[in-house]
Ligand binder design. Structure first.
Ligand code: PLP
Length: 398
């Protein structure tokens, strides 16, 4: 019998992803899965064709470690068009296996033991473990929910300032935001920018929902603000914009020195992202502007389909301005434990959602919340709406 327990202390603190548990529960109960955020509809035909052509043309071997030239050129071109900044595709872009790998490669490239990383919460669940894996200590700043369904999530300026000190290495920012649907305003970003400059801090921004915006909201990229070009890592990817979460193609755009470090970590972690799918990425980034309008409008229709059904069923919804999630308040059900609420919802109503506590470092902060996603075909959402309609008829108390 071995006498050592063999496991890393870092990993012993990680819990299993509740999001993936909910996906398993959804399969078990034949439920509509509105938990894990991936689309159940087709990706654009043009990009599937580009992927097929790349495989047929024998693009089968390792791409250049930091990314195929065609994709890096396309990313640089689009950053110029969308963010108005000039990026050198040879020196400032690293293509990774999804934005997930871009984030952990960045944190491993910039953090030392004892560094602190500021994270807004509720947060996308990878950021906490990512910071721990990179040796940094996460420091959380609360996003406060709006009072009514038309208000915005906000943060307290003084609380944010208190989170910055001489140990702060970076702030992780996700806009449009998962799970709240918040889109940070230019004024908020300028305030964060001022703190980054004052405390000499790096901004690491996850912008994978940048094209999924509602109600005339504008996406502002941190790197485009005065003073941020040299202290921002912009992370993005194909998963959400082109509905291909399984392709695993994402990227980090950063100043040359930081890119060199990210490239080294990326090389040792994964060598490279899938070569033929990077070629398809170059085709995706060449789609016309109309594609992005249609994408956002499609999600707007889905949001406006699901939200009234949730409200009717008794959930208080926080209206998202971007991304494809609705965060809800379940206190109207008298529920005090989000996890058992979500388990009952999946087993008795047949709709899977994510318990709010998975988005907070202190689970107690999310006990009255549950998140739904709406990256689903009309028929799937209709099935969810029909099932949610059973709640008022007593299904949830069964
Ligand atoms: C905020 C955020 N970042 C990153 C990811 C993962 O992106 P990728 O598929 O590019 O790794 C997700 C997926 O849900 C997400 O919501």
């Amino acid at each position: 019998m071995p006498t050592k327990h063999f496991l890393s202390d870092k990993v012993s603190h990680f819990t299993e992803s509740v999001i993936r548990e909910m996906t398993r529960q959804a399969m078990l109960h034949g439920a509509v899965n509105l938990a894990q955020g991936f689309p159940d509809f087709s990706a654009p035909a043009e990009i599937k064709k580009a992927a097929q052509e790349a495989v047929a043309a024998d693009v089968n071997q390792y791409a250049i470690t930091w990314g195929a030239k065609s994709l890096r050129n396309a990313i640089a071109r689009q950053m110029g068009i969308w963010q108005g900044i000039t990026v050198d595709p040879e020196k400032e872009i690293t293509v990774c296996c999804g934005s997930t790998e871009a984030m952990i490669s960045t944190l491993l490239a910039v953090c030392n033991a004892g560094d602190e990383v500021v994270i807004f919460e509720p947060f996308y669940e990878n950021y906490g473990p990512d910071s721990v894996l990179s040796g940094a200590k996460p420091k959380f700043v609360k996003l406060r929910p709006p009072k009514d369904d038309v208000g915005e999530w906000t943060f307290d300026e003084k609380e944010l300032r208190r989170a910055f000190d001489k140990h702060t290495k970076a702030i992780i920012l996700n806009t449009p935001n998962n799970p709240t649907g918040k889109v940070f305003t230019r004024t908020e970003l300028e305030l964060i920018r001022d703190l980054c400059v004052e405390f000499d801090v790096l901004a690491i921004t996850d912008e994978i929902y940048e094209h999924i915006l509602y109600d005339g909201t504008e996406h502002v990229s941190m790197v485009s603000l005065d003073g941020m070009r040299d202290r921002t890592v912009t992370i993005n990817g194909m998963s959400k914009t082109y509905s291909v979460t399984g392709w695993r193609v994402g990227w980090a755009v950063a100043p040359e020195k930081i890119t060199n470090a990210i490239r080294k970590v990326h090389d040792f972690l994964t060598v490279g992202a899938p070569a033929p799918l990077q070629e398809a990425g170059a085709a995706a980034l060449s789609l016309p502007e109309a594609y992005y309008m249609k994408l956002a409008e499609g999600y707007r229709v889905r949001r406006d389909h699901l939200m009234p059904a949730l409200t009717m069923a008794g959930f208080k919804c926080f209206r998202p301005r971007g991304a494809y999630y609705v965060m809800t308040d379940i206190s109207g059900f008298g529920a005090t434990d989000d996890v058992s609420f979500a388990r009952t919802l999946v087993s008795t109503v047949g709709v899977a959602a994510v318990p709010g506590s998975s988005f907070y470092h202190e689970p107690s902060a999310g006990r009255e919340r549950v998140r739904f996603h709406f990256a689903r075909r009309r028929e799937t959402l209709e099935a969810a709406v029909e099932r949610l309609g059973r709640i008022k008829a007593g299904a949830l108390s069964a």
